[in-house]
Design a binder for this molecule. Sequence first.
Ligand code: FAD
Length: 298
Amino acid sequence: MNILNQLIVSIVQMMPKNIVGFFSRKYIAGETLEDGIKVVKQLNAKGIYATMDVLGEAVKNKEESIDAKNKAMEVLNAIEKYKLMANLSIKPTQMGLLIDEEFAYQQILDLVKRAHEINNFVRIDMEDSSTTDMTINLYKRIYQQYKNVGVVIQAYLKRSFDDVVVLNKLGTNYRLCKGIYVEPASIAIKDRQAIRENYLKILKQMFIDGNYVGIATHDKYLIDEAYKMIREMNIPKDKFEFQMLLGVREDLRDKINSDGYKIRVYVPFGKDWYAYSVRRLKENPSIAGHIVKSFLTF
Ligand code: FAD
């Protein structure tokens, strides 16, 4: 991480909660399910798909975790009721992974089962490296029973290519992203271009083995390279989609959509918006300028 990035991270961490809320409004659909539905309908009207996420991460106890699962169930019910072009994303720690692995497995299984009943899909997000093995195991166990579930691979992890070689044999539905958590150099690639190269190496292997990939990035370089790969390898349109986060690079998102490729936007909503917002602000290259402006105008 360079000095400017370190400075931005420190500033964001020191920002009062209301300032974080102010700057992160565009990344969050709102606090309620209705807010989420409204944003998904707007995206759907443009032909853009969504994946809905009830915000929240590591829960303190099973009660909180059950509450999170119930909210995710409500999302699936809403997708069915309003016929939304959307699926569900969930965080394993929110489902109780760090409290009781078996319990989290059951919770996620219930969601995948419900999604299966309504012909829908559950994406299991990938969190920090302390959860990678547990998340992959959980995914594999659920996949033995239901195929409407997929996992996320982080290109910054050195282990990811090897994981993909194994998971490809199952016929996995992936989301491929760079990875957002701060990980030690012993397990994670730190160089920006090297992460991109690993991303493309992994993407190619996923395609070679015939898997479905959600190409999740706002990096124009990676999007251009993915376009090239898709053309050169003659990958059919039902084998991939692009994915972006709500409020990020909408220009690129609309371009991908008008180029005739499927694009899905991650639509987070809920009361627990703080941790997610801080991560988005740290990634925003223009946040330093906004912060300076905010000091001048508030
Ligand atoms: P970057 O180089 O970070 O960004 C490329 C360009 O996009 C930047 O130069 C800038 O122009 C723009 N940009 C990026 N972020 C912002 C921002 N916040 N505000 C304004 N502009 C911005 N990570 C995980 O670890 N686990 C997950 O499960 C996971 N799920 C994801 C799901 C989706 C749909 C997406 C799109 C990302 C997900 N991520 C996840 C985050 C991901 O790992 C990256 O941290 C994030 O996408 C930034 O990487 P990038 O490829 O967009 O490249």
